[in-house]
Design a protein around this ligand. Sequence first.
Ligand SMILES: Nc1ncnc2c1ncn2[C@@H]1O[C@H](COP(=O)(O)OP(=O)(O)OP(=O)(O)O)[C@@H](O)[C@H]1O
Length: 259
Amino acid sequence: MAFWKRKDTSSGANGDFDLSARPYAVLKDVSLELGDRLVLENVSLRLCESRVGIVGLNGSGKSSLVRLLNGLRLPTSGEVRIFGAATTAARFELPRHVGFVFQNPDHQAIFPTVEEEIAFGLSQLGAEKIEARTQALAFLEQHHCGHLTQKPFTELSEGQKQLICLLAVLVMDPKLLVLDEPMSSLDGLATRRIFRKLEGLDQKIIMISHDLSLLKEFDRVIWLESGRVRMDGVPEDVLPAYDADINCRAEADYSGEVL
Ligand SMILES: Nc1ncnc2c1ncn2[C@@H]1O[C@H](COP(=O)(O)OP(=O)(O)OP(=O)(O)O)[C@@H](O)[C@H]1O
């Protein structure tokens, strides 16, 4: 049984997908409360760009923001539309179109072996069991991971886990990829390999990263601070400003000032 309906449109008011929608993601005056915390406050964004980066200090609301994009969280107020569909109405169809790679691979993987993890996505798309397995093996080979096929997920290194989680999403060919620090545990070679892979993809990509060098070639970078958008623009403007702010805070720490 699939987690989502195997069709490109959902039924119900405001829940219809238009996969060519531009902007592909719209947040209208979105606030999000978690427990007694206001985690996001009046965030409005219209995303059309192919590559969008999100930066911000720990706890600024980045993961919470991207979780709104695939329906893992629903806004407390305001509205989120993805490919034209309101996430409240299309929550259960969203994973078909929005591939989400978690910051922590252990929060994503659900199957004992690598092969099963990859084959699952294919069976969600309608492949029979044997067909899904064959395609999963070929996909793993194609991405230099054939040697991991029968490995238990729990026995992978952290970097290998991140790689498999990314592949498990890519194999489903979603229109939008949302990546929450997908390379934080990868070595330099694996980071470069994955980054090259990402660069070549047709999908729209929204990626959180603390490694600012990865976002230099992106089309747009959004800087979150305390649940609000502090700056939004091209990387050449936003990244140096964010970096300068970090330096300023570090200096203030050193001199005993509080910012
Ligand atoms: N389930 C929850 N209940 C209450 N507060 C939460 C919950 N999840 C997150 N928060 C709070 O929301 C704020 C934003 O968290 P979030 O994980 O979105 O930040 P982040 O920018 O992704 O941080 P990091 O860079 O450390 O991953 C934090 O103050 C966090 O403590």
